[in-house]
Design a protein around this ligand. Structure first.
Ligand SMILES: NC(=O)c1ccc[n+]([C@@H]2O[C@H](COP(=O)([O-])OP(=O)(O)OC[C@H]3O[C@@H](n4cnc5c(N)ncnc54)[C@H](O)[C@@H]3O)[C@@H](O)[C@H]2O)c1
Length: 356
């Protein structure tokens, strides 16, 4: 690798890339953003104004021919993830692949094999686990602050005013299981330190195809979890881990982590304590209004990837984690069709197939 910085390219200059990745890569002190690709000329030109030094490509396949390119960040529509990641690994580039890994079971072993054969670094873009509130919750769980965990509940919902066309139907990579449940599967595996083993799901369509889902999840040695995900509900991103000695509640939009008792406050002392805690939270909310900070998890995840590339370190979550994750999404889809609990394939079966 030349000097301190690495040469990076961005594939796909749509919504998420222009909100986060483009700016982060352009300003990163250890990155030269040498090229950007988008099939849409207008999107490409808009991105070029933010990264004037980058060479532009309408076909990402042509961009991958750049010799001294070290790594690519893939922000293409989900139905192109597998093909683009395979092409990048075959071109011997390190890859940061936005979630989820693929849209069909047959793609999973192909991505896995291309990654393994390349000996390149492959990271899947589950930025959620890098968010400071999730990192704090994880640190508390590792210290057993709330004792043995009995259950987990999460809500990850939004009310998207509009969605790209490809996100409106499952066939082209839309649907809330691929879009949001994938994040929740990753958070559960990360926080509880145990793989998801079995899923039961129901899925429904309100404004777009499969835009809402309710899931029950079992993990190896882990507590049961319940997950609600939707692109047609009130904006919320909350996770509650219930333990024998208390509850940890994270709110990503408010940027808060709270440790609450298992019992409601009955005594005057407890109620006064709660009032004081709420006043503290009011102060931090006011501070946020006065000086709002950008959502930090995308920058933290990309920083981590860049460091992994520079130091030749294996990232977590890597491509294998992405395969396990998408296997959970496919299991949820099968469960929604059959009304049954569906077991996930064992880890050593992922390379063969994760078809259900
Ligand atoms: N980690 C997260 O929290 C998070 C959040 C949002 C989106 N995402 C992921 O990012 C990806 C992109 O989502 P988005 O909302 O930005 O979508 P988008 O449709 O806004 O952007 C995709 C871009 O890719 C371009 N494109 C399409 N086909 C192409 C091709 N063959 N070659 C080159 N460019 C092509 C489109 O013109 C578009 O500009 C999705 O996979 C999504 O799951 C992740």
């Amino acid at each position: 690798m030349r000097g301190q910085s690495i040469n990076v390219a961005l594939l796909g200059c749509g919504r998420i890339a222009t909100w986060f990745h483009l700016e982060i890569l352009h300003r990163h002190p250890l990155v030269q953003l040498v090229a950007i690709a988008d099939a849409n000329q207008d999107a490409l030109q808009r991105a070029k104004t933010k990264a004037p030094q980058a060479n532009t490509f309408l076909r990402y396949e042509d961009l991958l021919q750049i010799d001294d390119l070290d790594a690519v960040v893939i922000c293409l529509p989900t139905h192109l993830h597998a093909a683009a990641a395979i092409a990048a690994f075959e071109a011997k580039k390190h890859v940061y692949l936005e979630k989820p890994l693929a849209i069909s079971p047959s793609e999973v072993p192909q991505v896995l094999h291309a990654w393994e054969a390349s000996h390149c670094i492959g990271m899947i873009g589950f930025n959620g686990r890098f968010h400071p509130v999730i990192q704090q919750a994880k640190e508390m769980l590792d210290r057993q602050v709330i004792g043995p965990i009995t259950a987990v509940q999460t809500v990850h919902t939004s009310f998207a005013k509009s969605l790209p066309d490809w996100k409106k139907s499952r066939e082209s990579g839309g649907g809330v299981l691929l879009d949001l449940a994938s994040h929740q599967f990753d958070l559960l595996a990360f926080l509880l330190n145990t793989p998801v083993t079995e899923v039961m799901a129901s899925v429904w369509s309100q404004r777009f195809e499969q835009d809402s889902a309710m899931l029950q999840i079992r993990s190896h040695h882990g507590p049961p979890a319940q997950v609600f995900v939707s692109n047609s509900a009130a904006v919320e991103n909350r996770l509650e881990i219930i333990g024998e000695r208390g509850r940890i509640v994270t709110d990503r939009f408010a940027s808060t982590v709270r440790v609450l008792p298992t019992q409601p406050a009955y005594s005057r002392v407890d109620r006064t304590r709660e009032l004081c805690r709420d006043s503290v939270s009011l102060v931090s909310k006011l501070k946020k209004i006065i000086a709002p900070t950008a959502e930090p998890s995308y920058r933290l995840a990309l920083d981590y990837f860049i460091n992994c590339v520079r130091e030749s370190r294996t990232p977590s979550p890597d491509i294998r984690d992405g395969c396990k994750n998408i296997a959970a999404v496919f299991a949820a889809e099968k469960s929604a069709k059959t009304g049954q609990w569906i077991k996930l394939p064992a880890e050593d079966e992922l390379g063969a197939s994760c078809a259900f």
